[in-house]
Design a protein around this ligand. Structure first.
Ligand SMILES: N[C@@H](CCC(=O)N[C@@H](CS)C(=O)NCC(=O)O)C(=O)O
Length: 345
């Protein structure tokens, strides 16, 4: 592949995974061109599933003939193409913890993100107005815009239950967002990143969702400013980390024996929410049950099982199994008492 031509990132301003990948490319100083997916400038090749972001790769001639979706595989593909400012910790144990934190952001924090966008009236109004302009264009005629506003809000509100945003689950989802704000705030009293002096996949997984939560959705953004202003500033910084002086080579990552206590506290939050959800989800997928159900924080959480998240757990378990016996023991020791242990039994 030629580096003479920039990569293409097709996304949307309201899409957490698009903002995550834009942050990754900026931080890694990889030349790319941002494109609003579905807009008149979108020249990206077809992808099998119509989701965003789409990452397009040029051939020698500068034609974009290949594209892929899903942000975690996109991150790992970039790791095979570019060395500098890697997102993967050099110690496999730290790298595994980082991957787990990324998946927690991508697969659990996306629930508060979706919930805060499509539950509260002010948020629905904002998203319904702004999202169609990404795709339809800033000059979208009023009549079409109105139509798209009702279409998009009806469709997305109708999909709330699919990601678990129901009245029954609401306290679980909102409390988990509040705890995340508190935990990150505590972390940011002394640190910049989750695992050392440079950002990893986990930082960007959380960033993508939190970008929406703390700076876009009215209700959750207000809560963030009241409760955790440092987190809002952390998100602002992460949007463009091209300025960060990353220690050269593989330096700068936390040592496996010196992971911050506040990051371990975050792992306990992963064990409290993401872990029981992912396990029950995978079990429901396997048994063909119409609903998954688990206990989170002493309350019952349920929703229809979600296929992609079953794959996420399988990939995570594969990575765990690929660790050496010594490294696996070190991961086990780090996860002991966090509630994440049942993910890997
Ligand atoms: N697992 C994917 C999730 C991507 C995703 O769910 N994207 C959403 C928007 S944030 C999407 O494109 N939904 C379909 C649509 O908006 O039409 C990733 O990591 O990138």
């Amino acid at each position: 592949m030629s580096q003479q031509h920039p990569l293409l990132l097709g996304g949307g301003y309201g899409s957490p995974y698009s903002i995550k990948m834009r942050g990754v490319l900026r931080y890694r100083q990889i030349p790319f061109r941002w494109i609003l997916r579905g807009s008149e400038w979108d020249t990206l090749p077809d992808v099998p599933v119509q989701i965003i972001p789409v990452l397009g790769f040029p051939n020698e001639a500068g034609d974009y003939t290949e594209a892929m979706v899903d942000s975690s595989p996109q991150i790992m593909r970039l790791e095979t193409m570019f060395d500098a400012r890697s997102l993967v910790p050099t110690d496999p144990v730290v790298a595994f913890i980082d991957y787990l934190l990324e998946d927690y952001g991508d697969e659990w924090i996306t629930k508060p993100m979706y919930h805060y966008r499509w539950y509260y009236d002010a948020a629905i109004d904002k998203a319904a107005k702004l999202l169609p302009l990404d795709r339809g264009g800033i000059n979208l005629p009023d009549a079409e815009w109105q139509q798209m506003q009702s279409y998009i809000s009806e469709r997305q509100i109708g999909r709330r239950a699919l990601v678990g945003s129901t009245e029954e689950n609401r306290p679980i989802i909102e409390d988990s967002y509040h705890r995340l704000l508190d935990l990150l705030s505590a972390h940011l009293e002394t640190r910049m990143f989750l695992l050392g002096d440079r950002p990893g996949r986990g930082d960007f997984g959380l960033f993508g969702q939190l970008f929406q939560l703390v700076s876009w959705e009215p209700e959750s953004a207000r809560e963030a400013i009241d409760r955790a202003p440092r987190v809002r500033n952390w998100v602002d910084r992460r949007d463009d980390l091209s300025w960060w002086q990353t220690p050269v080579g593989g330096a700068g990552w936390a040592d496996r024996d010196a992971i911050a206590e506040t990051t371990i506290a975050l792992l306990r939050e992963v064990g409290r929410t993401y872990a029981p959800f992912m396990i029950a989800n995978a079990e429901a997928l396997q048994s063909g049950a119409a609903e998954m159900s688990c206990t989170i924080d002493g309350q019952t959480y349920s929703q229809a099982p979600f296929g992609y998240q079953g794959k996420c757990l399988m990939w995570l378990r594969e990575q765990y199994a690929a660790l050496s016996a010594t490294d696996r023991a070190a991961v086990d020791a780090l996860l002991a008492g966090t509630g994440c242990e049942p993910l890997f039994v």
